[in-house]
Design a protein around this ligand. Structure first.
Ligand SMILES: [Fe+2]
Length: 354
């Protein structure tokens, strides 16, 4: 019922109730992570969660702002308030805060009395790119966003898929997205391919903060609808070009070599908590002829094939010690992904509370 009469617990920094170990949280906090689709933040505040930190988002004349969803006056949840003159207004006592976190108005305070300097909300770096709102929780200079400039090049049809929440670790989602072996089995109902086809050996290029590999894959015709007889749609040879920006942003370019046109899936898993992720996807169709509705529907069918199986993987955490699971040559990407995450310093400590 009471916090201690002498309470030395820091109120900022790593969330007190997080299940991330402090080292993982600190490393992940230095990256930009998406928290919402830009189009979802209009005239009302939104409550989102990132790395176990509850945030309020709101839009003012300069763009979207992100802050801790907490009024330091009496613990009001700011996202239950409203936006007035570009400021977030606490629902309890009407305190108003600007995008830098400073309190600009305390209605109960006489105009001549200055607002206490320390009456601030904890604000975070926030920017809109690629149709998404990105937040960095660290005080340090954030690491760069993934270079997904193709989305902004004005080519092809660009579609932002409504985000979905998976009860899975972000890294488990990323590894699944970049996994060739699961496709014929998990995606029988969409673009699967032949179950007995061998995965040719491939190499992974390890760059500065990124991993890339290319391969051919014989997939079922995309966007062909669902067959009622359980059989495969016609097969098509495709070139897959995977580009993963650490820690959680993947870009898959699927090229139809006969036609020379490409379809792009940009996918990023936002770590809500250790075992909950918000999945953001942007599709760019250079093939022509696809409607936005068809693109979203098909991607959501693919996601609904993946999600329950990834959510059921055990343990929820991605093992970064390669001895913890058994690998085959077709797992080259997942092996290099686990190694790259470990090189970032992730997985160096135990997870709190487990
Ligand atoms: Fe999949």
């Amino acid at each position: 019922m009471f916090l201690p009469a002498k309470n030395d617990t820091p109120t900022s920094g790593i969330p007190a109730d997080t299940r991330f170990c402090p080292g993982d949280w600190t490393i992940l906090s230095r990256y930009w992570h998406p928290v919402a689709a830009s189009a979802a933040i209009v005239d009302k505040p939104a409550s989102v969660r990132l790395l176990d930190r509850q945030l309020v988002l709101w839009r003012d004349g300069d763009g979207v702002n992100a802050a801790r969803d907490l009024c330091p006056h009496r613990g009001g949840q700011l996202s239950l308030g409203q936006v007035c003159d570009g400021m977030i207004v606490c629902p309890l006592h009407g305190f108003r805060y600007d995008g830098d976190g400073a309190c600009r108005k305390v209605p109960a305070l006489a105009p001549a009395v200055p607002i206490p300097k320390k009456l601030r909300i904890e604000s975070y770096a926030c920017q809109e790119r690629y149709g998404l709102v990105w937040v960095c929780l660290s005080d340090e200079q954030p690491l760069p966003l993934p270079d997904w400039s193709l989305i902004e090049a004005g080519e092809g049809k660009v579609v932002v898929v409504p985000p979905g929440v998976w009860r899975a670790a972000a890294a488990r989602h990323v590894e699944n997205f970049n996994d060739l072996c699961h496709i014929p089995f998990v995606h029988r109902g969409t673009f699967g391919g032949e179950e007995d086809r061998t995965i040719e050996a491939y190499g992974v290029d390890i760059g500065d903060g990124c991993l890339t590999f290319q391969t051919e894959y014989v997939e079922q015709t995309r966007y062909a609808g669902q067959r009622q007889d359980g059989g495969l749609h016609p097969l098509n040879r495709r070139r897959y070009n995977y580009h993963l920006t650490l820690p959680f942003a993947s870009w898959l370019e699927i090229t139809d070599e006969a036609k020379g046109s490409a379809f792009h899936i940009f996918d990023v898993a936002s770590p809500v908590s250790t075992d909950v992720s918000k999945i953001f996807q942007i599709l760019v169709d250079m093939t022509g002829g696809l409607s936005e509705r068809d693109m979203i529907d098909f991607q959501q069918r693919i996601n609904s094939e993946d999600a329950p199986l990834v959510e059921a993987q055990s343990p929820h955490e991605l093992p970064l010690d390669l001895r913890d699971e058994i690998h085959i040559p077709a797992d080259r990407m997942s092996i290099e992904y686990r190694r790259a995450l470990a090189r970032l310093g992730l997985g160096a400590g135990a997870i709190l509370g487990s």
